[in-house]
Design a protein around this ligand. Sequence first.
Ligand code: HEC
Ligand code: HEC
Ligand code: HEC
Ligand code: HEC
Ligand code: HEC
Ligand code: HEC
Ligand code: HEC
Ligand code: HEC
Ligand code: HEC
Length: 416
Amino acid sequence: MDTRTYRLLLGLAAATLLWPRLGQAQEEASSCVGCHAALSDDLLSAPVSELERDVHSDFGCVGCHGGDAQEFSMLAMDPARGYVGIPEPREVESLCGRCHSDAEFMKRFDPAFRVDQVTEYRTSVHGSRLASVNDQRVATCVGCHPAHSIKPPSDPSSSVHPLNVAETCGQCHADPDYMSPYAIPTDQHDRYMESIHWHMLSEEGDLSAPTCNDCHGNHGAAPPGVSWVGNVCGQCHMVMGELFAESFHSEIFTMLGRPGCATCHDNHRTVAAGDELLGLGEGAACAMCHTESSAGGAVASSMRSLIDSLTARYEAADSILAEAENVGLEVSEAQFGLGDARTALVSARTAVHSFSLEAVKEEVDAGLEVTAVAYASGEGALGEFLIRRLGLAISVALILALIAGLVLKIRKIEQA
Ligand code: HEC
Ligand code: HEC
Ligand code: HEC
Ligand code: HEC
Ligand code: HEC
Ligand code: HEC
Ligand code: HEC
Ligand code: HEC
Ligand code: HEC
């Protein structure tokens, strides 16, 4: 007899001894819970305590495993009484789908419940590999929703709460051993952890920033096809999404097999985008494909010069206004006006995605007009201030000379 069987028998003996008490106390309760709670093998007893905090606690063990919860013996788990036991990976979707794909049943709990999880799952790489080649390593429903700790996505302790999703997917996708049969990278989790998206989500509490399922779909997990990466990103970055889709690059990138936005911004390690990404300098995205001599390269460099010139004029105006403010001059109105140049700078960076020099120039020109006005007000205020200060210095000097003259005059009168 091996140790597991031995422990099982011991546990079963203990459970049978406890039985009369448990049976009386929980006459209405399920035999599954009563017996399993008393079993010493953690694997058999843990589901009982775990299920108490699971959304399905009201359905009891029979909700998923079947069997007879009124039978206080091992016969409770008789297949003749509907017991299905532990489902095979391939059977999990229909086990969950029995309720979750039944619109009429689910609407009784909440009319807004979606009932598309199983159909979506079947379209995913996970579901289709399971169905076609019985690949047991893919995620089944319980790969992402641990069987006895299933909680709504809104619950911070849920495996599918936005802050926990990356970890849930990473259990498999970040484990090189587990993923060794496949030819795909295992760096998605680590790279995502360095992204601005994770930073916004985890540090700034911005729940509108995406985690894995926002780009891959909750249940239809597949790599977004090269041609619709822009749509994935464009769900949130709408203006860039539209500009890019209408640009000639959109078609060219699809032809080249480049993944849209992710070509320049990366899919998982998406970082804050700065001006260094534009042009042909080091780290510039355009330099991946363009050189000085190509028409695209020339445009890239010109776009960068335009944006640099606006940045420089913006900084000059900002600093002259700050100088004026420091000496106590009233320039708040001009400072407020300069905000429009900041907006123009953002619009110019957005317009880059049309890859039209004209579009960028239009925004930059608007910004330059604003910075010119702001700079002139700063200059004017400081100029007036200097003149006033010069005037003051001259009058002080005159007064001092006058006093000195008077003193001399008085001395002379006294001596006489
Ligand atoms: C009298 C005690 C007792 C009752 C009542 C009982 N079980 Fe069990 N159950 C056990 C024991 C012991 C095992 C381990 C048997 C084994 O591994 O062969 C077990 C195993 C299981 C397993 C794992 C099966 C496997 O293949 O490893 C599931 C699932 C399960 N029970 C569900 C239920 C459900 C559902 C009910 C109620 C309808 C129930 N049990 C009622 C004692 C009980
Ligand atoms: C929402 C459906 C659901 C409910 C409710 C449920 N189970 Fe399970 N259970 C499963 C699935 C699915 C598996 C297979 C897990 C896997 O493959 O990872 C499982 C596995 C098990 C196992 C095998 C050990 C393990 O953890 O993998 C035991 C024992 C078990 N369940 C007992 C119970 C008992 C006892 C209850 C009631 C307290 C219960 N289950 C309620 C779905 C459920
Ligand atoms: C017996 C029917 C039934 C089965 C079987 C079942 N569920 Fe559920 N599930 C429900 C109901 C009903 C709710 C809503 C409960 C509530 O809100 O009170 C729910 C809620 C959920 C939720 C939370 C949804 C939300 O937005 O609040 C998830 C996730 C979930 N189930 C996943 C699963 C998975 C995974 C399986 C299979 C392992 C499964 N369910 C099996 C009936 C079932
Ligand atoms: C690859 C991981 C993964 C798999 C596999 C998976 N889910 Fe989900 N599921 C999620 C994530 C992530 C969410 C949270 C979505 C959100 O934030 O709204 C979720 C949400 C849910 C919800 C809440 C309602 C909804 O649709 O948003 C239910 C119910 C659910 N899943 C059931 C299932 C069922 C049934 C299966 C199996 C057919 C399954 N899930 C397979 C990751 C998964
Ligand atoms: C239980 C392990 C497991 C979990 C959890 C899991 N996956 Fe997977 N996933 C796999 C396996 C195995 C494959 C098959 C790899 C292949 O065929 O290239 C796969 C395939 C994929 C693919 C297709 C990759 C390709 O290029 O073929 C995507 C995308 C994916 N998973 C996303 C996710 C996301 C997002 C989550 C979390 C919401 C997740 N997975 C959770 C195991 C898992
Ligand atoms: C901002 C959107 C976004 C987020 C967030 C995201 N992905 Fe991806 N992912 C993509 C895109 C786009 C591709 C396809 C790139 C391509 O075709 O080259 C991809 C590809 C993949 C692939 C296929 C293999 C590969 O690396 O190319 C897997 C697996 C994957 N992602 C898993 C994940 C996991 C796990 C997470 C969370 C830790 C995640 N993704 C988060 C957009 C995203
Ligand atoms: C050919 C390369 C390229 C492609 C493709 C591309 N971008 Fe950009 N993106 C850039 C460059 C360059 C900048 C920085 C412009 C600057 O700061 O001067 C940028 C900046 C951004 C910014 C930050 C803007 C700001 O206000 O600072 C976001 C957000 C962005 N891109 C999203 C997207 C999205 C979404 C897509 C796909 C629809 C996309 N990008 C496609 C090159 C690209
Ligand atoms: C679910 C919404 C969502 C999706 C999908 C999404 N993003 Fe974002 N993204 C955000 C939020 C929120 C921020 C942080 C606030 C901001 O800067 O706009 C952000 C920030 C960025 C930034 C940095 C902007 C800056 O200020 O420098 C870039 C670049 C970016 N995303 C590119 C992408 C790309 C490329 C994709 C697709 C692969 C994508 N995003 C998908 C919501 C999203
Ligand atoms: C993945 C490769 C790739 C990247 C990255 C890329 N381009 Fe292009 N671009 C092309 C191809 C291919 C063409 C068409 C052939 C040509 O004109 O060189 C093109 C054409 C152009 C044209 C039209 C030139 C003409 O003929 O009038 C402009 C403008 C342009 N690109 C600007 C940019 C800018 C700006 C960036 C960086 C923000 C950029 N491109 C990044 C591949 C790329």
